[in-house]
Design a protein around this ligand. Sequence first.
Ligand code: OOB
Length: 541
Amino acid sequence: MSTLDGFTPWPAEFAERYRALGYWQGQTMGDMLRERAQTHANREALICGERRWRYAELDRRADALAAGFARIGLVAQDRVVVQLPNVAEFFAVCFALFRIGAIPVFALPAHRRAEIGHFVTFAEAKAYVIADQALGFNYRALARQVKAEVAPALQVVVVGEAEEFIALDSLYDTPCALPGPAAGDVAFLQLSGGSTGLPKLIPRTHDDYLYSVRASADICGLGVDDVYLCALPVAHNFPFSSPGTLGVFHAGGKVVLAMQPGPETAFPLIAAERVTITALVPPLAMIWLDAAQRRRQDMASLRMLQVGGARLAPEVAQRIPAGLGCRLQQVFGMAEGLVNYTRDDDSDALVAGTQGHAISPHDEIRILDDDDQPVPAGEVGHLLTRGPYTIRGYYRAPEHNLRAFTADGFYRTGDLVRQLPSGHLVVEGRAKDQINRGGEKVAAAEVEEHLLAHPAVHDAALVAMPDAYLGEKSCAFIIAQGAPVKPVELNRFLRQRGIADYKIPDRIVFVDRFPKTGVGKVDKRALREHIQAQLSLAAQG
Ligand code: OOB
C-alpha cells in the first residue's frame, strides 16, 4: 500500500530506531482489539447507559460494521469525518474503519457547518458519521447543509433515526475477510487546536499512537480492574489515548461513557460502576471539587483524577486529593504527539506545581529563545519536540509545515515552558495566537477572518482575557466602519456562519485603532493588557 498523500513520514533512520527500541510493534488498532477480544472475551469493555458490551461483542461489531462500510464503498485510505457524542457506537465505528484502513477525521460534537464543511472538503471525505441528535442539536440538519453546500456525494451514516440517510444499524453485515492496513499507515486524523485560519489535520499512525497508548497505560498503572470514566468528548486526544479509553482497552479494563461531564451525571456513574480513574479539564475539576463538598456521594473507588488540556492553578491542584479523595495527575499533551505526566512517585509539590515529564526517554525536548537558541537551564523558552509519537508534519500542509517544524523535524509547540532539573516541565504561557478556553482551543485568526466578513468590521483582533473559571475567555477588539453595529449582532453573524459556539467571542470591544509593535503588527500583548486592566477596574467597582 502506498502511503497516504500529504502525510510526512518519519525519516527511515528514526523509524528503524523506534522499531528497534520496541516502541513501534507493528500492531494496528484493529489487531489490538482482536487480541483483547481473545484474552478477555467475556470481560466488560464498554458501558453506555443501559448497554454493556463485552470485548467479544465490541470486536464482533467492529467486524460486522467493517463489512457494511465496505459494502457502501469505503476502502483503505478513504477519509470519513466522524462526529459523535460519547456513545458506544463511536468505538464500533472507529475499530471498523481501522480494520478496513479507512481514516476517521475526528470532529468534536460542538463543530458546525463551517468546521465540518472544511474537514469534508479539505480531506475529501467520502462519508460523514453522526448521531441523529445529541445535546439538543440535530446533526442530520447539519449534514443536509454540508451536503447541499460543499459535498453532494457525501455518504451520511447516522447513529439512531437516519431519515433519508444510512442507518448505522443497517451496516452490521456478515463479517468477511478484508485487506487491513499496515501498522505504519495513518490510522486517523486528529484536529489541531490551531493558530492559523483553519484547523490543521494531524495524521497519526497505528504504530506511533499505540506506542503512546501502551506507555501511557503503563505510567498510569492501568490493569484489568480499572474502570475509566470518559467524561470529556470521546474523540479528543486526552480521553482517547492519554491513556484514555484506548489505554483501558489495551489493559483489558472497562470504559464507562458519560454523556455530560458534570457532577450530576458523573458522580452517580462513579458510585455505580466503581470508577477508578477519569480525566477532566481544569474548569470541570473545579466544579467537581465544589460539588463534592456539597453532595455526599460514594467516590471511594476513584484512585486517580487526571487534569490537563489547560493550565491548572496550583491552588486548585492542592485541593484535589482531599476534596475528591484521590490522587491528582497533571497531563500536558497535544494532539500532535508529546504527552507529559506527573508520576505516581512524584512529590506533592511536583504534582501540584508542574505539568509532568514526557512519556518516553526518546522524546527529545528543546527549550529555545526567539532566535532558536537554547535558553539557560531552568529559564522560560519555546518548547520544541521530536519523538516516537510526535508527527513530522500536518496533513496536506507543506507551507505551514515549514513554519511549524524545524528543518530537523522538531515540532514547534507554541507553548512557553521551563524545565526543572528533574525533567518536569512547567507551562508558563503561550506564544501561539490561540485562546485556551478551559481546554477548548480557539485559533484567533480563524475567528478574526469570520469577523472580517461582516461589512461593519474594518479590522478585528481576538485575544485572551483572564477568567476565574475557564482560565481564559476570548475578547474581540473591533475597528468598526460604516453603520454602527452591536456586539450581539456580530455574535449572531458568527453563529450564522456556522462556527462552534465556544469560538464566539465572550466580549467585544470597539476601538478606533490597534496598538502596533515596532514592526507594525497588531500588538496583541498590549490588547491583552488593556482588557485585563479594564476587567480589574470593573472588579474594583
Ligand atoms: C490537549 O491537546 P490539544 O491538542 O487539544 O491542545 C494542546 C495544547 C498544548 O500545546 C498546550 O497549549 C495546551 O493545549 N495544554 C496545556 C496543558 N495541556 C494541554 N496547557 C497547560 N497545562 C496543561 N496541562 O490539550 C491534550 C492532549 C493529550 C493529553 C492532554 C491534553
